[in-house]
Design a binder for this molecule. Structure first.
Ligand SMILES: [Ca+2]
Ligand SMILES: [Ca+2]
Length: 257
């Protein structure tokens, strides 16, 4: 049996690789396990083969074993016996946006770790909702390294959205991972309100202190207050919003624009 990377065969089918480019990455001699083969000259040692990726089971038909009947051999393919197996690990089991402005992209990051000693190939990253978009549809991660995947949520209206991000990889023990996505869309505050945390009609150091207190957890804001405090409108209130307010006060930039 010769083994090809199915991703390479798919690339040929898609026209991204030439037909002669995919080469076998492994060869396994199985004649000693076959029943009807008595000499190396014989043809058709085995018939159809199929791999159950989820359970790591390789099914191979051997024809003409019991008179004209076939039997099916089943091999358990253990990735750890190859000496090179990828191990996927994610920085989060799910992603959540407590709030995001309608029509404004808001990004969350997911770190993909490969704890194994084989290359991790994530062949498909897909979201089932167009409001949530991953930055890549394919990612490769070297052994003992990591890659960051951005996921952008752009709400089209007010309210809560649920979706699922699906990742398919060559880690046989976690060949498919589902990552729940949850986001809440809210309507952006009116012109001129952004940065004015305490609604007194002007942006000054009092608003900066309000933002810092919110970050420290000592000031709780309602939706309007969150809107006014998220100076850069990225759906996260952090030190960058404090700097944005300072720049607003200095006349270097304007919150909400
Ligand atoms: Ca103010
Ligand atoms: Ca922000």
């Amino acid at each position: 049996m010769i083994f090809y990377d199915p991703n390479e065969l798919a690339a040929v089918a898609a026209g991204d690789m030439e037909t002669w480019e995919p080469q076998p990455y492994a060869v396994s001699h199985i004649d000693e396990y076959l029943y009807h083969v008595s000499s190396g000259q014989q043809k058709e040692h085995v018939g159809a083969a199929s791999f159950d990726r989820h359970n790591g089971l390789l099914y191979v038909f051997e024809p003409l074993v019991d008179d004209d009947k076939s039997i099916v051999h089943v091999w358990k393919v253990k990735s750890d016996t190859t000496g090179e197996a990828p191990r996927i690990r994610l920085s989060a089991d799910s992603l959540s946006w407590d709030f995001a402005w309608m029509g404004r992209p808001s990004v969350r990051f997911l770190t993909i770790f490969n704890d194994g000693d084989g290359f991790l190939h994530i062949s498909d990253i897909a979201s089932d909702d167009t409001r949530f978009v991953p930055s890549s549809i394919q990612v490769s991660v070297a052994p003992l390294s990591s890659q960051i995947l951005d996921v952008t949520f752009t709400p089209t209206g007010e309210g809560s959205c649920e979706a699922t991000l699906t990742m398919s990889s060559n880690d046989l023990e976690r060949a498919e991972i589902l990552i729940p996505l949850h986001g809440v869309g809210i309507i952006a505050c009116q012109d001129g309100q952004s940065g004015d945390v305490n609604t007194d009609g002007t942006v000054n150091v009092i608003d900066v202190i309000g933002a810092v207190n919110h970050i420290l957890g000592t000031l709780v804001l309602d939706d309007d207050g969150i809107c006014r405090t998220d100076c850069d409108m990225n759906g996260v209130i952090d030190i960058l919003d404090v700097l944005g307010m300072v720049n607003h006060i200095l006349g270097l930039s304007i919150c909400g624009e």
